[in-house]
Ligand binder design. Structure first.
Ligand code: FAD
Length: 289
């Protein structure tokens, strides 16, 4: 099974998908079957979140392993460190290694309200990257970055300075937070390259398929919706079917524009919805052949 940084190089244009684990054990089967339907589309890779998007972290490794071993899709396990003590991180890495997982998205994680990290926790993703490198330098490590600046950062410059340190600690590639306005990403890329951050950056695209998703996602991610998309929401937001079609079309349009501007990899936040993943792959069928 290939490392992701090697696997994506074999495609002229590639699409990958993120899925999240269930909150409860009884929903595991339906999540696994959705993830496998997405895997059957043969994306360049898939990633499985760690306690984000409503799921718990308990099943991340299990789903990642199934995707790579049963479905033959390169898969990446997210691992966030802020609420896990160092012992738990050690255990997770040991398990990943034993299960043959080679790709990790190393994250700090969001700080839950009222939680104060102590000496038993890592405080920033860079510490987790160093830990993974020390544990096994052979892991392919990815990290998160923010075209509209991480919500806690004082400035874009400061955020990029910390990002450079994080990448230099041993990251192989980056995946961006979702954005809805491609020029924002293009300008960010220019700043990253100016700062000497030269690793591949996979733009993250979130198809918005219903109005409720907007508030939930944007609050969390701290990103802006351009007027063009607001008009789509205002016009089609009240019809479930129309909004779904318009949201998929908008995301497809963003992806085609990214490809046309020289970016060859796109990571889609598929929200465990195989229908969305299928529609996107179908819309790109003659592009990513
Ligand atoms: P960091 O890189 O540690 O950065 C966090 C903040 O600290 C930034 O403001 C940064 O500028 C600052 N900073 C960084 N280093 C330092 C330093 N050395 N000193 C001082 N300040 C510093 N969350 C989950 O819980 N589970 C997931 O599966 C998950 N998947 C994600 C996938 C992607 C692609 C993205 C973009 C985000 C994901 N998140 C996930 C959310 C992520 O955990 C949050 O955005 C979190 O707030 C920051 O994580 P980070 O790894 O970017 O943190």
């Amino acid at each position: 099974m290939m490392k992701i940084n090697e696997a994506v190089g074999t495609y002229p244009y590639s699409v990958s998908f993120e899925v999240f684990p269930p909150k409860k054990k009884e929903n595991m089967d339906s999540v696994v079957s959705a993830a496998k339907r997405i895997a059957a589309l043969k994306p360049a890779f898939m990633s499985v979140t760690y306690g984000a998007g409503g799921g718990t972290s308990d099943y991340t490794i299990e789903i990642t392993k199934d995707l790579q071993n049963e479905m033959g899709v390169p898969a990446m396990a997210h691992l966030s460190c802020i609420t896990s003590d160092r012992e738990t991180i050690d255990r997770q890495l040991t398990r990943m290694k034993a299960e043959g997982i080679q790709n990790i998205l190393a994250l700090r994680g969001d700080i839950p309200e009222g939680f104060s990290p102590s000496a038993i926790n890592y405080h920033h993703a860079i510490e987790l990257v160093r830990k993974i490198k020390e544990f096994d330098p052979d892991f392919c490590i990815a990290g998160a970055c923010y075209p509209e600046t991480h919500p806690e950062a004082d400035s874009m410059q400061e955020d990029i300075r910390f990002l450079k340190e994080k990448v230099d600690a041993g990251m192989d590639f980056l995946i961006t937070q979702m954005f809805f306005d491609n020029p924002v990403f293009y300008s960010y890329m220019y700043q990253l390259r100016e700062a000497g951050i030269m690793v591949p950056v996979h733009p993250g695209i979130m198809p918005i398929v219903n109005k409720a998703q907007v508030k939930r996602t944007l609050n969390l991610a701290g990103c802006q919706l351009p007027t063009r998309f607001r008009r789509i929401l205002d016009t089609f937001g009240s019809s479930r079917e129309a909004m779904r079609q318009a949201g998929i079309a908008y995301a497809t349009d963003q992806i085609i524009d990214l490809f046309a501007n020289g970016f060859k990899t796109v990571h889609v936040y598929s929200m465990n919805d195989p229908g969305v993943a299928e529609a996107i792959m179908n819309n790109l069928s003659k592009i990513i052949m």
